[in-house]
Design a binder for this molecule. Structure first.
Ligand code: FUB
Length: 326
C-alpha cells in the first residue's frame, strides 16, 4: 500500500470509529430531572406517557398549588403548571403536599394532603378529579376525604393501590401508617370485612411516604424513615403476602451518598409493563445545600436480586437512559 493509500485508510477507520461511538451514545435524563424545588414525586405511566406529580417544596404558606410533568422518554419533560390550587380547593389554605394519582373509568383522580392538619382543624387528605392527566382538577367532595387523626397518623402522604378489584389507600405521617378501603367513585371509605374502617399497618422505623407495588404475587411495601429535613432521610421496605401486611422491615434501599446528595426519600416506583424495568422516583438535597426545602426530584434504576429482594439503589447524577413505552 502506498503512503497515500495508508493515509486514506487510517482516515476512513477514524471516521468509522467516531461514527460508531456517536451511535452508541444514549441520551440520559440527568438528575434532577427538572428545574425547581420539587419533592414527594409520584411517578406513573398513563398509556405511552410518563407523568410525575410532585409537591412544590417551599414554606407551607407558599404551598398552594401543584404542577406536574410529562415525558415520552424519561429524558425530555414538559411542565404543566398549576394543575390544581387552593382557589379550587376551598378548604385548603396551605401545605398542599404529596399527590397520589389514579385513573379509573376514564377519569383521572388526584389525591393530596393539605393544611398540615392537627386535631380539631380542617384539612387532611382531599381528592380532585379531571378528564385529563394534566388537569385542570376539580374538588370532588368540597371537603377532605379524611380529616381525622386516627391511630396517631396525620392524614397526609396517601397512596392509592388497586388489588383484585379492591382499591386501598395507605397513608400517614407522624410515624403511623393506616390502610383504608375506598368506595367505587372515591367519595367515601368503606369498611373491611371485619367492619373496621382504619387498620394500622405501621412497620418498624416508619415515618411517612408509604408506597406499594406487587411483583410475582408478593406485596412490596415501602416507606420513608427519619426526618425529611435531615440528611439521613431514607427509604426502607418489606415484602408481604397480603396488601394488609404484616410488613416486616427488610432494610434500607435508598439513602444519601456522600459523593452525590443527601436526604434521599419520599419516593414512588414506575414499572414498565411487560418488562423487568423498574425506576425509583424520589427527591434528594444537593450536597451544596442545607435548606430543608431545597429538595429536587430525581430518577434512578431499581433492580432486584435472584431472590426478589430489592438491591440498594445507586443514586446518580446521570439519571436513567432514554426509554420509550411500546
Ligand atoms: O413535602 C411535604 C412533606 O414532606 C411530605 O408530605 C412528607 O412526606 C415530607 O416529604
Amino acid at each position: 500500500m502506498t503512503l497515500r493509500g495508508l493515509f486514506f485508510s487510517l482516515l476512513f477507520l477514524g471516521v468509522c470509529l467516531a461514527c460508531s461511538r456517536k451511535t452508541e451514545e444514549v441520551a440520559m435524563s440527568g438528575n434532577p430531572v427538572m428545574e425547581g424545588w420539587y419533592a414527594d414525586p409520584e411517578g406513573i405511566i398513563y398509556d405511552d406517557t410518563y407523568w410525575i406529580y410532585p409537591t412544590w417544596s417551599d414554606a407551607y404558606e407558599e404551598q398552594t398549588f401543584f404542577d406536574c410533568f410529562s415525558s415520552k422518554d424519561l429524558v425530555n419533560w414538559t411542565k404543566h403548571s398549576r394543575i390544581l390550587d387552593n382557589t379550587e380547593i376551598k378548604w385548603a389554605e396551605r401545605a398542599m403536599w404529596a399527590p397520589s394519582v389514579f385513573r379509573k373509568d376514564g377519569k383521572y383522580y388526584f389525591f393530596f394532603g393539605a393544611n398540615d392538619v392537627h386535631e380539631g382543624e380542617i384539612g387532611g387528605i382531599g381528592v380532585a378529579v379531571s378528564d385529563r392527566p394534566e388537569g385542570p382538577y376539580k374538588d370532588l367532595l368540597g371537603k377532605p376525604l379524611i380529616n381525622d387523626i386516627v391511630n396517631g397518623a396525620q392524614p397526609i402522604d396517601q397512596f392509592v393501590f388497586l388489588d383484585d378489584g379492591a382499591c386501598y389507600m395507605y397513608y400517614g405521617g407522624w410515624s403511623h401508617c393506616n390502610i383504608v378501603k375506598l368506595n367505587d367513585d372515591f367519595t367515601a371509605l368503606v369498611p373491611f370485612d371485619d367492619g373496621e374502617i382504619y387498620k394500622e399497618v405501621t412497620p418498624e422505623n416508619y415515618t411517612e411516604g408509604p408506597f406499594m407495588f406487587k411483583k410475582n404475587g408478593k406485596y412490596y411495601f415501602m416507606w420513608s424513615e427519619g426526618g425529611w429535613g435531615s440528611p439521613d432521610y431514607c427509604v426502607a421496605y418489606a415484602i408481604a403476602d397480603s396488601p394488609l401486611g404484616p410488613f416486616n422491615r427488610i432494610g434500607k434501599i435508598l439513602q444519601q451518598d456522600p459523593e452525590v446528595a443527601t436526604s434521599a426519600g419520599h419516593h414512588s416506583v414506575i414499572h414498565i409493563p411487560g418488562s423487568e424495568d423498574y425506576y425509583i422516583v424520589y427527591h434528594r438535597r444537593p450536597l451544596t445545600e442545607t435548606h430543608h426545602n431545597h429538595r429536587a426530584t430525581c430518577i434512578d434504576k431499581m433492580t432486584f436480586d435472584e431472590n426478589g429482594l430489592i438491591n440498594p439503589v445507586k443514586i446518580t447524577f446521570e439519571g436513567v437512559a432514554a426509554r420509550t413505552i411500546k
